[in-house]
Write a protein that binds this ligand. Sequence first.
Ligand SMILES: [Zn+2]
Ligand SMILES: [Zn+2]
Length: 397
Amino acid sequence: MPVLNRVASMKEEMAEWRHVLHQNPQTKYEEEFASSLVAQKLTEWGIPFKKGLAKTGVVATIKGQKTSSGKSIGLRADMDALDITEKSGQPWASNNPGKMHACGHDGHTATLLGVAKYLAETRNFDGTVHLIFQPAEEGGRGAHKMIEDGLFRDFDCDYVFGIHNWPGLAMGKAAMRVGPLLASVDEFDITITGTGGHAAMPHLTTDPIVIAAHIVTALQSVVSRNVDPVGTAVLSVTNINAGTGAFNIIADTATLSGTVRTFDNELRKKIRQRIEDICGHFCKGFGATFDMHYDFNIDATVNSKDGVEMAAKAVGEILGDKNVETECDPCMGGEDFGAYLAEKPGAFILIGQGVEDKNSPHNRGLHNASYDFNDDILPIGVSYFTKIVENAMPLTK
Ligand SMILES: [Zn+2]
Ligand SMILES: [Zn+2]
């Protein structure tokens, strides 16, 4: 079955919502424009909703023609943009200097609005659907904040589903996998405190730069020696700062910072401990002290087996089973959707948006200044989400 007819007829309207969202990008908990547009459309369609979760988040609830199944499903879109100056050249390019929808969250929001409109019109299911419009996916832990603000307490969901447009995958295809699809993303900051002094009299100092250099080298052994070779992790030190620029002064302190990524939420704890142990023993050995801040930032996005089965069936009915990859490779990128999947079964899947023209903005990578969401996949996303709902909570006479 191709995209649903009613959904296909909504395409122009959905593209208009997407363009106006694209023109008005806002970042991390400042998504007032998107949040207001969502609220305005929901009001127009008579769909009840709650505003204010995670500041700009909105959760709408649509009940089916029957709710006797007692089942419920959460469908999620992210609304935030990025700090990028747009170079797409599209007529609907950003009006906010330095801000851009370079990850296609404008398209995700327009998709979920399309789902809202379709489901409110048809209500062809037996159960309850919660539409989750969240802020701050990009480095703001918006999903975690939605949960902290009572998302699953106030809106019970048996399953959660989300999508991401994927430029590296052709339009008409979808990809997913059981287990981890996207990595956890953690950040660390380490401050090493020694004793500064004259560069010509190092014996009177405790040089934090020498200690930092040892630590950076030793940290390379964490992934190679402490992580199971069939597992996967990345530990990168991405900043090292010390000194004032002078050639004759030994600094008092040196700071290191970086990121840890894995597909295994337990492994993250072990890596954190190894970093602390290495810092502790080197600093003790050299007579310095250290202070570490480790931020368990974003969980790995881990799909449940039954969630992927439901997702594959639904998207297969739209795109054809042969166009659905159910054992795709995981990606070291991060997504805060993992927070929902840490609490509920479900699936996060990739919807292809690539086209033949190599120079098309739809083929640019996510977070590229020339990228643009492909409006042709709006009906695919809407049909997918509605199939999930209608398949999982069928209306029986
Ligand atoms: Zn992104
Ligand atoms: Zn994204």
